[in-house]
Write a protein that binds this ligand. Structure first.
Ligand code: DGP
Ligand code: NA
Ligand code: NA
Length: 210
């Protein structure tokens, strides 16, 4: 078309929240929903445990290895960096990415251990900026009640309480906060509306930024 022959890009949508907030199942429901609307969408997650770096992260999370807090922080970040160019390619080709955790998890979980928050943010600078961050808000006690935690390193109530406090520090006015203690279908409906609005904005030509 005249003056604009760029294909519409996809949206970078990030879901954040505590462990057991329902993020992962909402992410897959969102992808099915978008596909049902005739849109291209993919489910992504961080950490991506399939890469070499991801396998080191997975070993750490399952307590099969021990790492210094700074070291594991940088590995989580490296895991996002190694996917950056593919992420950009997909978005530019018109695919919406629904991403289960991103830089905010990186900063919230590591600063909850006591690492300096500015130090935690630094390696995230230059990654693609999300078009939407949806925070699935649930109290740590309610999340713990919900089917309980697994055996991974961070899945403990006391630590999740600290993470919740650090997410509050990161949270800004652009985040969409969804009450994750509602029935699963209500959470799903709210997310569908928010995400569809975001995808539409991106299709209209909102530019991708770092
Ligand atoms: P998940 O696969 O979404 O259950 O994530 C595994 C655990 O790792 C979960 O407790 C959240 C935590 N996590 C995710 N991303 C990061 C990160 O970038 N840094 C740190 N320190 N922890 C993270
Ligand atoms: Na987990
Ligand atoms: Na998850």
């Amino acid at each position: 078309t005249e003056g604009n022959n760029k294909a519409a890009r996809g949206a970078l949508v990030v879901l954040e929240g505590l462990d057991r907030s329902g993020k992962s199942s909402q992410c897959s429901r969102l992808v099915s929903y978008l596909e049902g609307q005739g849109l291209s969408a993919e489910l992504w997650r961080f950490p991506d445990r399939t890469t070499d770096v991801g396998q080191m992260i997975s070993a750490y999370l399952t307590n099969a290895s021990q790492l210094d807090d700074h070291t594991i922080h940088l590995l989580f970040s490296a895991n996002r960096w190694e996917k950056r160019s593919l992420m950009e390619e997909k978005l530019k080709s018109g695919i919406t990415l629904i991403v289960d955790r991103y830089s905010y998890s990186g900063v919230a979980f590591s600063s909850a251990k006591g690492l300096d928050i500015e130090w935690c943010k630094a390696p995230e600078i230059g990654l693609l900026a999300p078009d939407l961050v949806a925070y699935l808000d649930i109290s740590p006690d309610k999340a713990a009640e919900r089917g309980g935690y697994g055996d991974e390193r961070y899945e403990k109530l006391e630590f999740q309480k600290k993470v919740a406090e650090h997410y509050k520090v990161l949270h800004d006015a652009s985040w969409k906060v969804v009450d994750a203690w509602q029935p699963i279908e209500d959470v799903e409906k709210q997310l569908q509306e928010i995400v569809l609005a975001c995808v539409t904005e991106c299709q209209k030509g909102k530019s991708l930024s770092s």
